[in-house]
Write a protein that binds this ligand. Structure first.
Ligand code: ADP
Ligand code: MG
Length: 140
């Protein structure tokens, strides 16, 4: 296993409920380190660009509306096998299918408002990190 970095987003349903600290405890106790972090309110255009990979999916418009409906916390997580590890800690996309002990099981509300985003592969992690952070802003 190699030390990797991955992009994490705490979504508007979670910032709204003031549970960003609770969510980050899952990452830290799960062996990941927050090496960059900022709170943003995405514009519609930024949300559309970030989720462009999903542009053809039926939920794209609603997803973009949702992601710019309130603040988000964008962060870079670092650790052994961080991309897969983050996804394990997050749990399945639909909280109804997420395993016990995962973030989405604990705090996710529904398939859209599922509290966290995580990159799904090394190429997307690199692209998504660069979307939000410069090298100077990532401090390991
Ligand atoms: P994940 O976030 O687990 O990688 P996807 O990449 O498939 O999941 O989807 C991106 C995001 O789009 C999800 O996290 C969720 O917020 C939203 N989403 C996924 N599927 C649906 C759906 N069927 N209806 C509404 N929103 C969805
Ligand atoms: Mg995804």
């Amino acid at each position: 296993m190699a030390v990797e970095r991955t992009l994490s987003i705490i979504k508007p349903d979670a910032t709204e409920r003031n549970i960003t600290g609770r969510i980050n405890t899952f990452f830290e106790e799960g062996g990941l380190r927050i090496v960059a972090q900022k709170r943003l309110h995405l514009t519609r255009a930024q949300a559309e660009k970030f989720y462009a990979v999903h542009a053809e999916r039926a939920f794209y418009g609603e997803l973009c509306d949702y992601m710019c409906s309130g603040p988000v916390v964008v962060q870079v997580l670092e650790g052994e096998d961080a991309i897969v590890r983050n996804r394990e800690i997050m749990g399945a996309t639909n909280p109804a299918n997420a395993d016990e002990g995962t973030i989405r099981k604990a705090v996710g509300q529904d398939v859209q408002a599922n509290s966290v985003h995580g990159s799904d592969a090394p190429e997307t992690a690199a692209k998504e990190i660069a979307f939000f952070f410069s090298d100077l802003e990532i401090v390991g």
